[in-house]
Design a binder for this molecule. Sequence first.
Ligand code: SAH
Length: 353
Amino acid sequence: MKPTILSRSLKEIEDICVQLGKPKFHARQLHDWIWKKFQLDPNKMTNLSLDFRNSISEYFSFSPLELVKVQDSADGETKKFLWRLHDSALVESVLIIAPDRKTVCVSSQVGCPARCAFCASGKKGLIRNLSWEEIVAQVMLIQSHIQEQNEMVTNIVYMGMGEPMKNYEEMVKSVRILIDPNFLGFSQRRVTVSTVGVVEGIRRFAHEGLKVNLVLSLHAPNQVVRQKIIPYARQYALEDILSAMDEYFAVTKRDITYEYTLLEGINDEVEHAQELVKLLRGKQCTVNLIPYNPIPGIRLKRPSAERIEAFREVLNNAYVVNTCRYTKGVDIAAACGQLALQEGEPALRVINQ
Ligand code: SAH
């Protein structure tokens, strides 16, 4: 397999130019095509000679992802991208379109080790980690797709398939490339990493010198209910996870968000809301409530609007800042993992059951 050109620095590409007997300035042109224009198709790098493009393509691959399909939601608010990787594995990204922002939800792994009861991504466990190039290319290719309509990706969330903290090194590298002004140059405030609660990962992340947003997928006000929803939660005590989140806040000063997927009869009682208020007392945070988005074959229910309002009222009365996000793109199965699941998985060994 050829290495990807994405992993080469400008200096390395200059050296390659010299070896190929080409002028050094071709390296800057190539670098700009990739990192300023998000062009991963050498055929479209029209100011570079065909000869140069052919020589480089002999040694390097350009795009680590091949687009299999794009699905638009009927309301026009989400687009789902399904990608095939070099080993035929499938992953997906979602573009969430709002008037003031275009958010790309990236995958960090093929499959997921967390196996949350309500999520399709982890149904077959973890298949493999994505490389930082495979993570970053999701953003670049979507940017390249929407810039034809004069749109720009404004925000990135690590909320697609996978557990970012379980692909720690590559996830952190991908974040650094996203925010590096020489590469994609996103503001750190516009990058959000979401975790199921991997204590050592969160603590380490606090000391990376980064100031990106961090979200914890909490989903329950206590350990017992949490373990019912997230089998993976057995590995960490909830209090340890919350103290790791506090550490992230103390070091980075970035507000913390707690995601809470509401599942009827499991975590949506008024008593759960009261317990949640106690759990989060004194924390500077936002609770993001997400009514469960039904997935075929999963026997869970989205609570009624009345139950959701009753839950919110408890939070509001206790001044717990909260938002309620009705998952977008229900008609195109935009909940994590659904599209790749529908397409059928390649015959890869499933690890980390
Ligand atoms: N592993 C990371 C990143 C995945 S993001 C994490 O757990 O945070 C996962 C988020 O997607 C969850 O917080 C949940 O809010 C959302 N999600 C996944 N499937 C969903 C569904 N069927 N309905 C509603 N939200 C869902």
